[in-house]
Design a protein around this ligand. Structure first.
Ligand SMILES: *Cc1c(COP(=O)(O)O)cnc(C)c1O
Length: 227
């Protein structure tokens, strides 16, 4: 197996190549290392290789890592479904939440945020392929939820997150990515705080970058298969 350092460098090289090919500045794109189910040892290895943004899906597992590593240079993103009894862990310990999909959750995250940490960065999750099994709101419900979140003092609305359905039908897939990009650009026009599109995993990095992704969420390609 190749080292984490090698994998990170390899992904950065790919990001640079793809970004340049479509006329984007690679510096606009953040690589989020998805460390769910990975050990502290492995996360430390990534930190030694210069990685500082990590994504976690399970609140308690993430909080344990945040506490053990206790490193103020690290940025922690919560990317999983937020169970209602875990919202306080997400709000108290994480810097970002990518999976906000209703007003009730936003309200709790706002109430539970400690003032001294500054506002929690929020992405609204969009169910872009309209799948029953996936979380997120439909695009038609975005204007309302965005305006509500924008009013919370302890939340900072930064943009959108989506997990498009995997498909071999390139044409239809591109329509979905384009729809998301259009919604993101509109939101950006309406709110000056919007600058983040969390889109793209190991399998769809290239399409995601072409359609404006600013955060790629990548696990397996950095750390190998999860335990
Ligand atoms: C697990 C996960 C990822 C990373 O997936 P890999 O296949 O390991 O790259 C990205 N985004 C979300 C929301 C995830 O749950």
């Amino acid at each position: 197996m190749k080292s984490i350092k090698y994998n990170l460098q390899d992904i950065f090289n790919q990001i640079t190549t793809i970004a340049q090919k479509c006329g984007r500045d690679p510096k606009e794109i953040t690589l989020l290392a998805v460390s769910k189910n990975q050990s502290i040892t492995v996360v430390k290895e990534a930190i030694s290789a210069g990685q500082n943004c990590f994504g976690e899906n399970y609140a308690q597992e993430g909080v344990d890592k945040i506490k053990i590593l206790a490193n103020p240079d690290l940025v922690w993103h919560f990317i999983g479904r937020v169970q209602s009894n875990k919202s306080c862990l997400v709000s108290k310990y994480f810097d970002w939440c990518h999976s906000v999909n209703c007003l009730g959750l936003a309200k709790r995250l706002n109430q539970q945020r400690s003032i001294d940490k500054g506002p929690l960065n929020i992405l609204i999750q969009i169910n872009i392929s309209c799948e029953n099994t996936k979380a997120g709101i439909l695009l038609e419900d975005l204007p309302m939820l965005a305006s509500q979140i924008n009013n919370f003092p302890h939340l900072n609305l930064r943009g959108l997150m989506a997990i498009p359905k995997k498909s071999k039908d390139d044409y239809h897939q591109r329509i979905e990515y384009q729809r998301l990009k259009t919604a993101f650009d509109q939101l950006k026009n309406n709110y000056p705080s919007i600058d983040t599109l969390s889109l793209g995993m190991s399998g769809d990095m290239e399409t995601a970058i072409v359609f404006g992704s600013t955060i790629l969420r990548i696990g397996t390609a950095i750390f190998g298969q999860r335990n």
